[in-house]
Write a protein that binds this ligand. Structure first.
Ligand code: IPD
Ligand code: CA
Ligand code: CA
Ligand code: CA
Length: 263
């Protein structure tokens, strides 16, 4: 039997230690590189923090596998066994330009089932955390279950790019949602936006393209407070595949999928 409490305690210690390393790095000059395009940034800290987690996990749990955004983990094609899905810095653009609004995100899964979700807002020292069946917390303060919300009263996290002409979605599908909700917000860190859904600061977060490391922790947090997570069509997410993402309060989620997406 997997001792999730022990793994959870260790993971929390490592996340806080990694956060301290990131805060310390504000004093030094970053080395910034481009990945797929000039807006897709990566820094020495993204790489160092991913390697930090890999060292810790491999020393302590050599049988666990690791899927990390920066590619220092394993090549993973099956959900068998225990997998740590790590985004060392989610919101790298914010990290580089703003030194805030970024997070460390870690989801820990066993045979495809999410057990631990950790999203650490490094600058605010706020650790959002969920353990399967035990609820979700922010710095050990329990997050309440989400309250029902109508579309008219909802605040939706969404990037404005999805209401411009783009190859991923017909923006005329998304624009009516943006018009109908009370307000929209765009924070530039998928993990933080998921944490905000879990904390009730956003009623939903919708995006057309995310990777497993962006949502692995967020799924667990949102589900632990009674929220629902799916792709934009309401279908179950595959934890190892890139896809669209829509997480939110149950009634709001259902209404959007039924009345606006699959109408
Ligand atoms: C990105 C952020 C951003 C989202 C992008 C992600 P990264 O992650 O979460 O908010 O819109 O799709 O790639 O690259 O900063 O870890
Ligand atoms: Ca990235
Ligand atoms: Ca990310
Ligand atoms: Ca990242």
């Amino acid at each position: 039997m997997t001792n999730w409490k022990e793994i959870d305690e260790k993971a929390k210690i490592w996340v806080r230690e990694a956060g301290q390393r990131i805060r310390d790095s504000f004093e030094s000059t970053l080395s910034i590189q481009f990945k797929s395009n000039p807006n897709d940034l990566v820094t020495n800290m993204d790489k160092e923090i991913e390697q930090f987690f890999i060292r810790k996990i491999q020393e302590t749990y050599p049988s666990h596998r690791i899927l990390g955004e920066e590619g220092y983990g394993h090549q993973i094609d099956t959900t068998d066994g225990i997998i740590w899905i790590i985004d060392p810095i989610d919101g790298t653009m914010n990290f580089v330009h703003q030194q805030r609004n970024f997070a460390i995100s870690i989801g820990i899964y066993e045979n495809g089932i999410g057990y631990i979700g950790l999203i650490y807002d490094v600058v605010h020292d706020e650790l959002y955390h969920a353990l399967r069946g035990e609820g979700a917390f922010m710095n050990e303060i329990r997050l309440p279950m989400l309250k029902q919300v109508s579309i008219e009263e909802a605040i939706l996290g969404i990037n404005p790019v999805w209401v411009t002409e783009n190859p991923r979605v017909d923006y005329e599908l998304i624009a009516p949602i943006v018009r109908k909700v009370r307000g929209t917000r765009s924070y530039g860190s998928a993990a933080l936006e998921c944490a905000y859904v879990a904390a009730g600061r956003l009623d939903g977060y919708l995006t057309m393209r995310l990777a497993p490391w962006d949502f692995a922790a967020g799924i667990i947090l949102i589900e632990e407070v009674g929220g629902v997570v799916s792709d934009i069509n309401g279908e179950k997410l595959d934890i190892l595949s890139k896809s669209s993402f829509f997480g939110g309060e149950k009634q709001f989620h259902q209404q959007i999928v039924k009345d606006y997406i699959n109408k």
